[in-house]
Write a protein that binds this ligand. Structure first.
Ligand SMILES: [Zn+2]
Ligand SMILES: [Zn+2]
Length: 503
């Protein structure tokens, strides 16, 4: 069972923005009165923090579930609480009771509130069978929270982060203004402010795949001043992908060994010793921002230990195009409430005639509530099957005849998709995004100079993004991710020499 004992870790609540909008509307309908609700949340733990992941919202009907209190002004009715807390005990979720006060930019519990916590929470903890329980009080732009752990220990909630279409932070009182750290960012800070620049500096971004698209994503995010990265890719530089990797030289691919004039065995050595793509990306990021923290993993995103390193990011970029990677990325977005985007470019060629039939770039934002890659038919079941069966063999042969490797590919096609995807990230993180902007997938067809936008569907019964009792949504660490089974896998940390070392 999870141990929530460390008092040093901060507790945060992550809330999808649709859920937050419904709650906000319920608490502040304009009547200046007090209202109540309950959120049940999954849990994700890391060394430094515990994230509570809002899964479901229950609005307490005024006069029925939220009634005049015996000691305080109003209270949640016992039956309303009992149903929710029993559910939390069986489903391993955290119970959070909610009400609002007046005021705008700061809020705190009243002495009545605190007394009622003292009276009620020890008993609730028992019914919740070891899961934390807590209370939140909202003002229009602020929230304070208190989380109770077994043994009558209490921890203050440090903030709520609203994720999805637009990102917001709510704290108990306004945070102090930041001053601009470096003149380097003067021009861009004029767009999104010193605070926006500070937000980018604190952001942790995961990039899955550091080929053509991923290399550009790393470059752009490094230049923007993003502070923290996790990069994964199993591959090394090759002569044929140098035209699409930013900052790459023939040295990276050991060009003098790898050229076609070299004997086959020398080409194989070059293939094995060339620079890993994650290290090339790190080099570019550090050139742009020497203080960035960059974790590099030469390995397979699908392995459990590696996938786990992406579950505490603020944003994910999927730039590796396999069905398995799509499935796992999609699962992390929903299970851990981390917004992300899938980017790619495709040149379709008729296998028989060799003629180019279609050329396009795609940007598909995937947020916890907008509909997912699975319910939009973008995870191909046959391809999933094929990849699972022959994954090992494919890897052994990929140098010679993997169709992915020899598919046509051009830097400009990647750049179109990556520019839009990183723009989305930038406007989302810094709060410049119009909160009502559509979440559509975008396709760019350079041949006809056409831009298409596809509205994602959302299936309420989807096992990934749906609200059904068995869905993955906001389950956090309690649910297994769709990673690959391997008996003995050593995760590896990339080193400058490119040698894999056990972590
Ligand atoms: Zn109160
Ligand atoms: Zn779905």
């Amino acid at each position: 069972m999870a141990d929530f004992s460390s008092m040093k870790r901060r507790y945060r609540l992550i809330v999808p923005d649709d859920l937050y909008r419904r709650l906000d509307h319920h608490l502040f309908p304009g009547d200046h009165d007090e209202h109540g609700a309950v959120i049940v949340a999954g849990i994700a733990e890391s060394k430094s923090e515990v994230r509570l992941l809002a899964r479901e919202l229950f609005l307490a009907a005024d006069g029925i579930d939220y009634v005049p209190g015996k000691r305080g002004y109003r209270m949640l009715k016992a039956g309303f609480i009992a149903d929710r807390i029993a559910m939390c005990g069986t489903e391993r979720l955290v119970y959070l009771a909610i009400h609002n006060h007046g005021g705008c930019d700061s809020v705190q519990f009243s002495s009545d509130d605190l007394r009622s916590h003292q009276r009620g929470y020890p008993a609730l903890l028992d019914i919740a069978r070891g899961m934390p329980v807590g209370a939140l009080v909202f003002a229009e732009n602020a929230v304070a929270g208190s989380i109770w752990l077994s043994g009558d220990r209490q921890i203050e909630l440090s903030e709520i982060v609203v994720v999805g279409r637009s990102r917001r932070r709510l704290t108990a009182a306004p945070t102090r203004q930041v001053s601009l750290s470096s003149p380097v960012y003067d021009r861009q800070a004029r767009l999104f402010g010193d605070l926006g620049q500070a937000i980018l500096g604190r952001a942790k971004v995961g990039i899955i795949g550091l080929g053509g698209a991923g290399s550009l994503i790393a470059e752009y995010l490094g230049r923007l001043g993003v502070g923290s990265f996790v990069l994964v890719d199993p591959d090394r530089a090759e002569l044929s992908n140098l035209p699409r990797l930013t900052g790459a030289s023939r040295w990276d691919a050991l060009g003098w060994l790898a050229s076609e004039k070299s004997p086959k065995w020398l080409q194989q050595i070059a293939f094995r010793l060339a620079k890993p793509k994650v290290l090339m990306a790190r080099r570019n990021i550090l050139r742009a921002n020497p203080s960035a923290k960059v974790e590099t993993i030469i390995g397979d995103f699908l392995e459990a230990d590696i996938a786990a390193r992406f579950t505490d990011c603020d944003y994910l970029f999927l730039a590796a195009d396999t069905a398995r990677a799509r499935l796992l990325f999609n699962a992390i977005v929903h299970q851990y409430l981390i917004p992300g985007v899938q980017v790619g470019a495709k040149v379709q060629v008729d296998r028989k005639t060799g003629e180019v039939t279609d050329v396009f770039s795609v940007v598909r934002p995937v947020t916890p509530e907008s509909g997912c890659l699975l319910c939009n038919g973008l995870i191909n079941a046959a391809k999933l099957q094929e990849e699972s069966i022959s994954e090992q063999e494919r890897r052994g042969q990929r140098y010679v005849d993997d169709p992915d490797v020899i598919a046509p590919s051009v830097i400009t096609l990647n750049a179109v998709a990556v520019s839009h995807a990183t723009d989305d990230f930038l406007f989302y993180m810094t709060g410049l995004r119009d909160p009502n902007a559509p979440t559509s997938f975008m396709r760019f067809h350079p041949r006809g100079r056409q831009v298409w936008s596809d509205e994602p569907r959302k299936s309420p019964s989807c096992p990934e993004c749906g609200q059904g009792p068995r869905s993955r949504l906001a389950r956090g660490d309690a649910r297994r991710l769709p990673v690959i089974e391997r008996t003995k896998v050593k995760t590896a940390e990339a080193t400058e020499s490119g040698i894999r070392l056990p972590a």
